[in-house]
Design a protein around this ligand. Structure first.
Ligand code: BV8
Ligand code: ZN
Length: 252
């Protein structure tokens, strides 16, 4: 008995557009802690303490240090079978867009071609004042010296290129995510607790536009009761099985 329905395979095999919203759960099997699971990142830190501008201006070294630690985790991590299965699915469905809340670059590294980064990318840094991109080495050197990392051009504080709470998401990412969502015949929500907005609205928007919406998560989430199908299991197992089932259905 497979974890997902024949309807989902039929819909994916016939789909012109597939959109996939991913969250920290898809990277859990790459060894990157999620936010809200028991061993999550925010068990130790409160998001209000770190992932917002006020906290950063109040204590730039603490926040720069936290992001440096997470960037190093990301650099040591590899895409897992779930990331790779999404990249493989490009060969079996017309068009697939990955809308990710994650800042870990793993979808790009797995080879997915259309990756919409709603919350930015932790491997990039920039100056808060002149907005010039900043090298990670500049941040690492300053942290080594126990001083806040500052822009070599204008001495402004350097920050990670991620969206903090209370900050607008990049307008072009929102636009692309809206377009992918409204066109989607099938919408998959993978590894997200669906509590952070505006990202959590996309599965509902897809549903309202007539898409077949399925979720992949070992747990229930904020949207479990509103969608067509809830597949209980880890993305690293479910997504490869889904890819194989679609390939078989299409005789590929
Ligand atoms: C904005 C980048 C406004 C930085 C992040 C009250 C109600 C509604 C909204 C709000 C509210 N109060 C405040 C808001 C707005 C706020 C918000 O949504 N807050 C939430 C907490 C209530 N949103 C914002 O502030 C956004 N901006 O609204 O701007 C605005 C408007 C106009 C003008 C100016 C401003 C900005 C939100 C972006 C914040 N940045 N990240 C960083 O990474 O440090 S959010 C952060 O949470 C990450 O991006 C993360 O991806 C995201 C969501 O978390 P998840 O990915 O879902 O991760 P989580 O740990 O929660 O869940 C993991 C799931 O995986 C679990 O379900 C687990 O079961 C599952 N799992 C575990 N293992 C596996 C698995 N699944 C599959 N396989 C496995 N193996
Ligand atoms: Zn500068």
């Amino acid at each position: 008995m497979s974890a997902f329905s024949n309807t989902l395979i039929d819909r994916l095999a016939a789909a012109e557009h597939v959109a996939v919203l991913t969250g920290a759960g898809i990277s859990a099997e790459s060894g990157i802690p999620t936010f809200r699971d028991p061993d999550g990142l925010w068990e130790k830190f409160d998001p209000q303490e770190l992932a917002n501008v006020e906290a950063f201006l109040d204590n730039p070294e603490l926040v720069q240090g936290w992001y440096q630690h997470r960037r190093q985790l990301v650099e040591e991590a590899e895409p897992n079978a779930g990331h790779r299965a999404l990249a493989d699915l490009e060969a079996h469905v017309e068009e697939i867009s990955i809308i990710t809340q994650n800042v870990d670059d793993l979808h790009n590294r797995a080879g997915s071609r259309t990756v919409i980064e709603l919350h930015g990318n932790i491997t990039h840094n920039y100056c808060m004042d002149c907005e010039r991109p900043a090298e990670a080495e500049t941040v690492d050197a300053a942290i080594q010296n126990g001083t806040p990392a500052r822009c070599p051009e204008c001495d402004g504080l350097i920050r990670p290129d991620v969206v903090w709470f209370g900050e607008m998401l990049p307008p072009n990412a929102i636009e692309q995510a809206d377009a992918a969502t409204t066109q989607a015949d099938v919408f998959l929500s993978v590894g997200t607790s669906a509590v952070v907005y505006p990202a959590a609205q996309f599965p509902m928007e897809a549903r309202a536009n007539g898409a077949y919406v399925a979720e992949i998560n070992p747990d229930t989430t904020g949207i479990t009761d509103e969608i067509n199908e809830s597949i209980r299991g880890p993305a690293g197992d479910i997504l490869p099985a889904l890819r194989d089932a679609v390939a078989e259905r299409k005789g590929q």
